[in-house]
Design a protein around this ligand. Sequence first.
Ligand SMILES: *Cc1c(COP(=O)(O)O)cnc(C)c1O
Length: 229
Amino acid sequence: MPDLKANLAAVRRRLAAACAAAGRPQSAVRLVAVSKTFGADAIRQAMDAGQTEFGENYLQEAVGKIAQLPRAGIIWHFIGPIQSNKTADIARNFDWAHGVDRLKIAQRLSAQRPSSLPPLQVCVQVNISDEASKSGCTPEKTPALCAAVAALPRLKLRGLMAIPAPGANEADSRAAYRRLRELFDARRQSGLELDILSAGMSDDLEAAIAEGSTLVRVGAAIFGSRSHK
Ligand SMILES: *Cc1c(COP(=O)(O)O)cnc(C)c1O
């Protein structure tokens, strides 16, 4: 098991340096620790080191871990792609969903969110890299989707999320994150109260923060490299 405490401290130092370089306070960027493929024990260790927000991609695996850990004190983010057959479990088990990229999915999440829970916090995922294979709605469709999601009763639209093309160099990922931020600014100017730009992972969090990210999703730099995906 890697030294999660040291890894988390190193990631927090990177966040602090990136925020300082961008002239932003460190409190402007939330850290979601992406614990996919790692067990409940690793999450407990990260919690002991002060981490409270965790991100998961694989629903079955995540639901098992959520059941093993105390519900209070952890904020769970679903960051994977969302198919229709997953919406009920996401709506029941998670606090956030970052991969909302079409209205049908949003409508199902809203209808299935239990009334005993606060609204599900949502980011609309945008495809900023023009990759046919990637999930995410097109930049052109983002305004209409955001407006429709914001109107759903059991969801709270918080912002936009994107994953740049894998292997992008720093200039390319900055350009992609800049396009995401421009879409975000335009939605805010249109009157939506958005505060979350979900952008940046282990390899590119500096680029994302330079372009205005307010939430980074960091896995490998905290938990170590994964054996798959
Ligand atoms: C796995 C994953 C991450 C974390 O990636 P790392 O490179 O391990 O930091 C972030 N966001 C999403 C959507 C992911 O699937």
